[in-house]
Design a protein around this ligand. Structure first.
Ligand code: ATP
Ligand code: IP8
Length: 264
């Protein structure tokens, strides 16, 4: 089988996070075209985030906090509606470039405990990959066996879990910035890119990393990425809004401005 690459298409890549329900159509198209060209040599799982779709709705209904009161249930439905819409846009773009993507909805094949994936029926994914299909997986709502009863499972967690479980050679977290910086580069023009990051070196920056959206933003992304790196997956955080970024990160990230997460 071809080497497996798991790519998380960040919400900051596939949407404009500062405008509710606004897809970044240009970047979605760029990514679809690159995946199409790479499929001859690699197999892919594409995970996508919520951006200006899921996060807004999830936080309105406090879905990430778990069950608080019955009125939240309609919120679960609304999160699905908004995420389905985004998945559909990405799927249509991939298909128009000849990428045989199939959407897989996490709420139907996994459960969490206190917000962490506890079981995931991955057989359909393995069968899809062996056929040459490209699973397209959104961050999603999930049933939770703890007293939370439901939760949000982030694309970041899904991507690192699947990269480890399915033996990916590389896990790419695509965002709208070049990687992890000493502080938020969109707020601080003096922030500098951290090219290599591990649990030891991160201590120096921990205070400057802001938690972000309902699923924890850049901090959680680093944590999820380090988990996969420590299990032997090559993990990169890089800017997928740059032209040809995906191809460069898949084939050879040397010389490309990005952050590599390492064990140690
Ligand atoms: P989503 O969760 O919607 O899928 P995403 O995965 O694209 O989104 P975010 O969680 O939004 O990514 O994280 C990327 C954002 O984190 C960047 O747009 C940046 O502004 C912000 N950020 C905050 N602190 C930092 C930092 N120290 N280094 C890099 N980015 C940072
Ligand atoms: O954007 C969250 O996934 P993320 C998805 O990867 C929802 O954190 C439903 C808010």
């Amino acid at each position: 089988m071809k080497p497996l690459i798991v790519v998380k298409l960040g919400g900051s890549v596939v949407t404009r996070k500062d405008e509710p329900f606004k897809p970044n159509t240009l970047v979605i198209e760029q990514v679809s075209k690159q995946v199409s060209g790479l499929l001859r040599d690699y197999s892919f799982i594409l995970v996508h985030g919520g951006g200006s779709y899921g996060h807004v709705v999830a936080s309105e209904h406090r879905v990430d906090e778990g069950y608080l009161e019955p009125n939240q249930l309609i919120g679960l439905s609304r999160v699905k509606l908004s995420m389905n819409e985004l998945t559909q846009l990405i799927l249509a773009s991939l298909a128009s470039h000849g990428v045989p993507a199939v959407p897989v909805t996490p709420v139907s094949c996994l459960t969490c405990s206190s917000g962490r994936i506890e079981s995931f029926f991955t057989r359909p994914l393995r069968m899809m990959l062996s056929l040459g299909l490209v699973p397209l997986i959104p961050g999603d709502i999930a049933m939770d066996s703890s007293e939370k009863r439901f939760t949000i499972v982030s694309g970041d967690q899904l991507a690192s879990f699947l990269a480890v479980r399915l033996g990916a050679v590389k896990l790419i977290y695509g965002t709208d910035v070049d990687g992890v910086f000493t502080s938020d580069p969109r707020l601080n023009p003096d922030a500098s890119l951290i090219r290599r990051l591990n649990r030891r070196t991160i201590r120096g920056f921990a205070a400057s990393l802001r938690p972000g959206d309902v699923t924890g933003g850049i901090c959680k992304k680093i944590e999820e990425g380090l988990y996969a790196a420590e299990k032997g997956v090559r993990v990169i955080i890089g800017n997928l809004t740059r032209p040809e970024a995906l191809s460069l990160m898949v084939k050879d990230e040397a010389g490309f401005e990005c952050t590599i997460l390492e064990a140690g």
